[in-house]
Design a protein around this ligand. Sequence first.
Ligand code: NAG
Ligand code: NAG
Ligand code: NAG
Ligand code: NAG
Ligand code: NAG
Ligand code: NAG
Length: 797
Amino acid sequence: MSTVEDLTSLFSGIGLEEPKVKEILKNKKVSQSLESLIKDAPSDASWDKSSRALVHNLASSLKGVELPNQKLIVRGILNGDLKTSLQVEAAMKYIKKVGENATIEEMNKESGVGIEVTEAQVTNSVLKYLEDHKEKILAERYKLVPGIFAEIKNMAELKWADPRLFKPTIDREILKLLGPKDERDIVKKVTKKKDSKTNEKNSSSAAPKRTMFTEGFLGDLHKVGENPQAYPELMEGHLKATSGRVHTRFPPEPNGYLHIGHSKAIMVNFGYARHHNGVCYLRFDDTNPEAEAPEYFESIERVVGWLGFKPWKITYSSDYFHQLYDLAEILIKNGKAYVCHCTAEEIKRGRGIKEDGTPGGERRACVHRDSSVELTLSKFRDMKNGAFKPGEAILRMKQDLNSSSPQMWDLIAYRVLNAAHPRTGSEWKIYPTYDFTHCLVDSIENITHSLCTSEFYLSRESYEWLCDQVHVFRPAQREYGRLNITGTVLSKRKIARLVNESYVRGWDDPRLFTLEAIRRRGVPPGAILSFINTLGVTTSTTNIQVVRFESAIRKYLEDTTARLMFILDPIEVIVDNLPDSYEEMVTIPYRPGTPEFGDRTVPFTKVFYIERSDFSENSDDKEFFRLTPSQSVGLIKVPYTIAFKSMEKDKAGNILRIHVEYENEPVDGKPKKPKTYIQWVPVSTKYNSPLRVAETRIYNQLFNSENPNGDPADLNPDSEVIYNNAVIEHNLGHVIKNSPWVINSAKESEFYVEEQHGSKEVCRFQAMRVGYFTLDKDSKGDRIVLNRIVSLKDGSK
Ligand SMILES: *[C@@H]1O[C@H](CO)[C@@H](O)[C@H](O)[C@H]1NC(C)=O
Ligand SMILES: *[C@@H]1O[C@H](CO)[C@@H](O)[C@H](O)[C@H]1NC(C)=O
Ligand SMILES: *[C@@H]1O[C@H](CO)[C@@H](O)[C@H](O)[C@H]1NC(C)=O
Ligand SMILES: *[C@@H]1O[C@H](CO)[C@@H](O)[C@H](O)[C@H]1NC(C)=O
Ligand SMILES: *[C@@H]1O[C@H](CO)[C@@H](O)[C@H](O)[C@H]1NC(C)=O
Ligand SMILES: *[C@@H]1O[C@H](CO)[C@@H](O)[C@H](O)[C@H]1NC(C)=O
């Protein structure tokens, strides 16, 4: 351990000023890295301002981690090969990747050593870029500049150019092209929100964005290699095997469908690894063969992919049954396990559970605990060979009955099961428990961060105990608070009953909160990730009402979907004063305020549909602004208003159709100004309009009560309301063809998830005034079935 004096003299020795040295010394890890980097430098090196800064930066990003071959970087900096922080970063990335196999030649190649980009070349590239994009730049002017800057910086030919060359060149050339800024370039502060968004964008290029991965529980996690070991000598092999990269795992039991709560576990494990350029396993914890079924494996894999994550490897706890068995024998040979023949009841008693089921009684070792190693070993082999029936013998760990933690009261390691395994068939008669398997497989897979939810907090002790007893690398288990969605039912058993008794359409019924259901309903995966990110990760449980989740989805869709005119409950309208062939093309933006979505056209014709609730027979209602016998109304984007003439009703008194007049005779040269504009969907064979929607499924909450317990008597009879007559403008076809329809600004988010073209659930749109919809998987050919994802407004009390 170097003293502060040693370090001060070492750091001053390379020419760092005293205040700088003091600042560096405040951070132990950075000091430690800087120390080792300086010691890697040739003793006769001459340090200058730039090399000091580069090495200090390097130390700051290493933060205590020592890379094999890091001296190649230090030497590259000092001999002038690595000149910029960009190059040092590339060199570091390379060294991290290949570790001990690094060569100077490769490193220099990876970091662009020797590639000189002159100012003239930069200017040339900038000019070419501006020429290629001239039209757009002239149209949109200065607000494009940050984007131009980013794109030019990313040009392959400029990769190794000095970044300081870009800005003056771009500024100069833009000024030549556009002239000085004028009133067209004033950024309108439309809303405060928008303003803060632009700022965010600017700062994102400078400093890393703050996300759930950079702060809170995940931000505070240890660096790879910093977790303590009972046997520190095991760390070296671990670091070699992982190349110092984060390794996590998502380890579901394949015995059910995942639900919304699991999306957090998926995002924490896969996302943390991705954020740190690490890897994440999808590991099926298949040690309970009786509960497993192939559809669960498939569903889990599908859902992980849907949320935008790709497992580094897909593994199964059963892949390791042989290794686990060998470790169990080692545990026995170390005198730390015994075969126990107690009944479940006797085991409970021994753990201090009293006859009445309450804990706190006296704890007693069972009579088998002191069996010899030889006897235990031979009985364990008998267990393996099928000499015992289920319940007759178990292998227990010899832990510490005096511990205050129940996780140390001689947990069960292996039990006899009479069940074939989906993957290993009838090979095994004994199966390891979760407590035995989990930590050891983490160790075998060299997991650097074993992230689980806080109900496993007490397991951390047994986790470490077992790794240490069999002398294997001890991964770090760390516990975060799970996501608890309230106001619905997530329990497997309760949902199974609803499915089995046909109260819902299946495990993926859009009213449920399994991930399959949420997907079918049309919720974008990116919306889920963004939502979880905003909640952040702490060690305590996050309780969220279903309605709050839905309002986050609504917000996300509001910003990211195109709009269409859609009439849920139509009445036909005939314009008496227009000819049958009348056709007036009306242009409507797909999303006002977002030019990127573009416009669409809708033919205004003699016959069209309006929403039944947009007409009232009562002319006296002063609060009703839409069509009445005495009040004209506007149709969205149609130039003139329509005025009521007459209506037709059926025998029961229902309105069949309304006759109106198009008020296209301006009064004083001006069209009439209506109180409001309503939606309309035209009838036009030429445009194949309207599209008729066979079923529009409007979902409401599944249960009546706020905190349902899953009782079918509590089901909301209106949880699914189906409309069979809805009509929609023909541009739905365009939306479907372009789906998933994603605008560029949405792709910029760290939490954007690319979805599959051709899936039904990605065909989302906003039906003006009614809600957000997507195609249900029951749609086939011309038969359109729509799911309402969420309503436009929060309908909860
Ligand atoms: C180094 O090279 C050897 C042989 O090619 C390879 O097995 C090993 O995985 C490499 N090490 C790293 C850290 O890439
Ligand atoms: C963000 O970018 C805009 C547009 O270029 C610029 O006007 C503004 O000053 C920048 N804001 C910050 C905080 O950098
Ligand atoms: C884990 O690391 C050890 C070295 O400690 C190595 O032998 C083993 O192959 C690694 N396991 C995996 C799955 O990479
Ligand atoms: C618990 O501790 C007591 C006294 O320290 C010891 O005599 C006893 O054997 C321990 N019991 C077990 C089951 O380890
Ligand atoms: C999770 O939510 C349920 C209500 O649905 C509540 O009863 C329970 O206490 C919550 N769990 C935690 C750990 O907060
Ligand atoms: C569904 O209910 C039937 C009859 O009650 C029962 O036999 C069956 O096991 C149940 N299935 C499931 C998956 O719960």
